[in-house]
Design a protein around this ligand. Structure first.
Ligand SMILES: [Zn+2]
Length: 95
């Protein structure tokens, strides 16, 4: 029993140390952002959040475009499904 509590004590002190370390690390890093493509450090106020690399710019605009297309599809597919259900209920719109 005594052995077990000793190990628990050691683990607890380790966790405390790591927690304190993480906190001081967070404080020592100045506010900054990362390029969404290559993760390079960039200015906090840079918009879009990419570095000056032209490769990253191209990749970012491509990602942005596919993201927009995806969000459009997210609206179109349910709309088509609803339309199909309505058509089914009303018998294809025939009177
Ligand atoms: Zn970059």
């Amino acid at each position: 029993m005594a052995k077990g509590s000793k190990i628990a004590e050691r683990i607890r002190s380790n966790v405390d140390r790591v927690r304190k370390q993480a906190k001081t690390d967070l404080k020592s890093v100045p506010p900054h952002r990362h390029c969404v493509v290559c993760r390079a450090v960039i200015r906090v106020d840079s918009d879009p959040p990419i570095c000056s690399n032209s490769n990253c710019e191209a990749k970012h605009s491509k990602n942005e475009r596919s993201r927009k297309q995806l969000s459009i599809l997210m609206y179109i597919f349910p709309a088509i499904a609803v339309l199909l259900v309505i058509l089914n209920v009303t018998g294809g719109g025939a009177v």
